[in-house]
Write a protein that binds this ligand. Sequence first.
Ligand code: C2E
Ligand code: MG
Ligand code: MG
Ligand code: MG
Length: 272
Amino acid sequence: DAKSRGRNRLRFFNQSMQVEVTQRTTLTNRLRQGLERKEFFLHFQPQFDERDQVLGAEVLLRWHHPEHGNYPPAEFIPVAETTGLILPLGRWVLEKSCQQLAEWAHDPEKQHWQLAVNISPRQLHDGHFVDEVQDILQQTGAPASQLMLEITESQLLEDIDEAVSQITRLAAMGISFALDDFGTGYSSLQYLKNLPLQQLKIDASFVRDILDDSSDKAIIKTILALGDSLELDVIAEGVETHEQYRTLYHMGCRQFQGYLLGQPGPVEDLPA
Ligand code: C2E
Ligand code: MG
Ligand code: MG
Ligand code: MG
């Protein structure tokens, strides 16, 4: 009858919730251990201008667990965020990225490259973030002008006043900001105006269907126009085909990132 069916469903629900909690705990322990055992490393995905010149790269965190293998960031970053482990992890990413920038600073071919580092909301709202970034720049000797931080719209909305104040202080140090996954969150043109941003990143989901979906194309057109009038660079992410590239170019896009141009990989793989 309906009642026992309901009970069964309830039991099933509880079991699957239990499994989820156990998996989360396992992942949390593995993350903590992974930090100690230095199982994390960085990949770099090149970014290009319209003349195919390298502008720099986005830094993407990678985790190789000795038994489990490679965890995708989409799986472990949300857990790192809820547990707060993103704070030491994010600090490590920034340190490594700044060490890389300091190395490039002596190389005439690479000293103009920027590194774009993804920042989680937890980091931005931590209260120590500005000091931490300042310390890392000082310790590594990385030029602040070559560091770009990628934030998302949802991140700003958590506490917009706090976010604006942190970002303004960091921008005053010479750091650039990109708004990642742009168009997927709740944008307010008001904060776009008030934030010292350098770049908007067109989310890959719009680029994916640009050829067949007229609303995606219209959204991209709007983002490009917005960038134009607010004097922001606009970069397209997730460019996978020549057709997508050509369409974006004809629409006025001048910065590109995606598998067509370069996969994320070890730093040695960045094109000279
Ligand atoms: P994101 O910042 O939007 O990064 C772009 C994602 O798109 C990366 O996935 C990249 O590998 C992937 N990608 C690049 N080109 C293409 C393409 O042509 N086609 C497709 N389909 N995908 C492409 P990844 O490395 O799996 O990272 C996923 C997300 O995890 C990132 O999205 C970012 O939000 C987060 N993430 C990665 N590294 C870090 C980090 O160090 N700190 C924080 N807080 N988040 C990170
Ligand atoms: Mg990003
Ligand atoms: Mg993105
Ligand atoms: Mg993303």
